[in-house]
Design a protein around this ligand. Structure first.
Ligand code: GLU
Length: 287
């Protein structure tokens, strides 16, 4: 596994890099280098309503100053529409994805009637849409999807019960994160995903897509989130401050968050060279 390791950092350019996303960048980068693997950058700008080119460029320029270089071309999700369509067509042909005519209102009404959580999909269009198709949904089943997370261990979710048949192409025509992330990681040969713990409950949905397509599944490591004073996930929307000019200090904050003692380094590359053996020891990765 070590030799073929391909990892990635996949920020959504909905704001600049901040202390929370730096932790994901650092952990994914160090884990890739600790495995003598490759590390790729992907810009997740699939949702054009929330993303801005200038934020993407800002993120890339900070990564450059952090001396974190992508070991391959940078992938932009906004340029991948044809590929996403091709895979959706394949899933429709396999009857793993179906057209849905429900609106948010009809779904909520049905859930109120059933006493179910409002955002759960009750399967109304499973046997066929009741009107014009608005979105496309992945057909889930009643079997728990289980995996071993490298940070937090055993994780299991029955996707049908937790969220129901989930959207892969939205009513506004945009592809859902769940689908785009799987196709991109697969096409880039990503073997190991290191990202924030807020995404762990998305992973079973993504594994369901891998399994439907018969694609090899990556391993996962979901790292603890950086929280703000109100104990909420630090996010660009939640007012996270951009990184300061002192990037070595910022790297040490992120490193501390991952449970390590400060590193005194001359520059980012020197920081990583010292961090890699510590990470290898902690996660028992062959040197
Ligand atoms: N684009 C997502 C984010 O910025 C990360 C997706 C992933 O790592 O799978 O939160």
């Amino acid at each position: 596994m070590t030799e073929n390791y391909i990892g990635r950092f996949a920020p959504s350019p909905t704001g600049l890099l901040h202390a929370g996303s730096l932790v994901a960048a650092l952990a994914s980068f160090i884990d890739a280098k600790a495995h003598h693997g490759k590390w790729l950058i992907r810009i997740e700008d699939v949702d054009q309503t929330r993303c801005k080119k200038e934020w993407a460029e800002g993120i890339l320029s900070v990564l450059d100053r952090l001396e974190m270089k992508s070991d391959g071309p940078i992938l932009w999700q906004s340029q991948r529409t044809d590929r996403y369509l091709e895979v959706i067509d394949q899933l429709i042909a396999q009857k793993k994805v179906y057209g849905c005519s429900c609106t948010r209102h009809t779904i909520e009404k049905e859930n109120v009637r059933l006493g179910a959580p409002l955002n759960h999909y009750p399967g109304t269009c499973r046997q066929g849409p009741h009107g014009a198709i608005r979105s496309w949904r992945f057909l889930t089943n009643d079997t728990p999807i289980t995996f071993t997370d490298r940070w937090s261990g055993h994780y299991s979710q029955n996707v049908e019960k937790a969220v129901g048949d989930f959207v892969v192409k939205r009513a506004d025509g945009l592809f859902a994160y769940q689908l785009a992330v799987v196709i991109d990681d697969h096409d880039s040969g990503v073997t190991d995903i290191v990202r924030g713990a807020d995404l762990i409950d998305n992973t079973p949905r993504q594994l369901a897509i891998y399994r439907a397509l018969g694609w090899e599944e990556p391993t996962y490591m979901h790292i603890p989130l950086v929280l703000n004073d109100r104990h909420e996930k630090l996010s660009k929307q939640g007012g996270a401050r951009p990184l300061s000019e002192n990037l070595l200090e910022e790297l040490n904050h992120a490193w501390h968050h991952l449970g390590f003692a400060p590193i005194s380094a001359k520059n980012p590359t020197d920081f990583y060279n010292q961090a890699i053996p510590l990470w290898q020891n902690r996660f028992q990765i062959a040197k």
